[in-house]
Design a protein around this ligand. Structure first.
Ligand SMILES: Cc1cc2nc3c(=O)[nH]c(=O)nc-3n(C[C@H](O)[C@H](O)[C@H](O)COP(=O)(O)O)c2cc1C
Length: 260
């Protein structure tokens, strides 16, 4: 089984690790120019961003050819996925691939402008996630073909947000709200982690205006030195089953992470 994945703070990578198989980070595939994925089963695991598919996962899938008798997608989300899976299905269908199975799993919502990380962590989402994931793993092992039905409202919201994410001017503004405090010791973790290659400089991070807004640099800064102007609190989140080194390895195209 091959798993194409992206993860900003580890939820989706943890799900991918639990699913097992060969883990292929989107950035590593892009960097190596691998756009043909063939296997008896191929899965796509990633978070929901703005009710849709993260734009760089979309960018990859829009160029990729997936050849498999069983294609599935699992998306992690925090509070509402709307019809993000429907967007994923559309992208794949345009590339001639069917999506045989799709599921969403609720997890800690890492979106700092809206959510407070200690409250998110205290909601018991991680325990429920394990149970949901067990069920999904079983579905996939049994090659079940199930896909959630989304209302017209959800589909409209998700497709409107998909258009917003593609707005390059908005993308250029995203990292303008980042504040680097004096706690920064120029360790370079943010630079190594950034899936968009958006951080320059050898000292304090210098953002280049093509931010994917995964918030990985903020959540994983060892000094908690990077803040958003509009964050709900200074608390940060990383999935406890995933290390910063694993996220760096995947996000910067350094290669695959091992399954559990
Ligand atoms: C830019 C951004 C947008 C997000 N949008 C949504 C959303 O629309 N709906 C939702 O439920 N969660 C949303 N989230 C939360 C993530 O989907 C959720 O925390 C996910 O599990 C993170 O996965 P990861 O740890 O693999 O990056 C968003 C997070 C970020 C950073």
């Amino acid at each position: 089984m091959k798993l194409i994945y992206f993860s900003g703070t580890g939820n989706s990578l943890y799900a991918a690790k639990r699913l097992g198989g060969e883990l292929l980070a989107v950035q590593a595939l892009q960097k190596s120019g691998i756009y043909e994925i063939t296997g008896p089963a191929v899965g796509i695991i990633c978070p929901v961003y703005g009710f849709t598919v993260p734009y760089f996962v979309r960018e990859y899938l829009e160029k990729a050819t997936i050849r498999s008798d069983y294609v599935f997608a699992v998306m992690t989300f925090g509070n509402s996925a709307m019809a993000a899976l429907g967007c994923m299905k559309e992208i794949l269908e345009k590339r001639g691939a069917a999506l045989h199975y799709g599921n969403e799993i609720k997890m800690v919502d890492n979106y700092l402008p809206l959510f407070e990380m200690s409250r998110q962590a205290a909601m018991g989402k991680e325990e429920r996630f394990e149970l949901e994931l067990d069920r999904i793993i079983q579905d996939i092992q049994e090659r079940k073909q199930v896909f959630p039905r989304h209302s017209l409202f959800k589909r409209l919201v998700s497709s409107a947000f998909s258009a917003l994410w593609e707005n390059k001017q908005a993308m250029a503004r995203r990292d303008k709200g980042f504040i680097i405090t004096d706690r920064c010791n120029a360790c370079g973790t943010c630079r190594k982690l950034c899936p968009a290659g958006n951080i320059a400089g050898t000292g304090k991070p210098v953002y280049k205006g093509r931010c994917a807004f995964c918030l990985g640099c903020i959540h994983l800064c060892p000094q908690n030195a990077i803040h958003l102007k509009n964050e709900r609190s200074g608390k940060r989140f990383r999935n406890p089953h995933v290390t910063a080194a694993e996220l760096i390895q995947g996000n910067t195209g350094g290669g695959a992470v091992k399954a559990l």
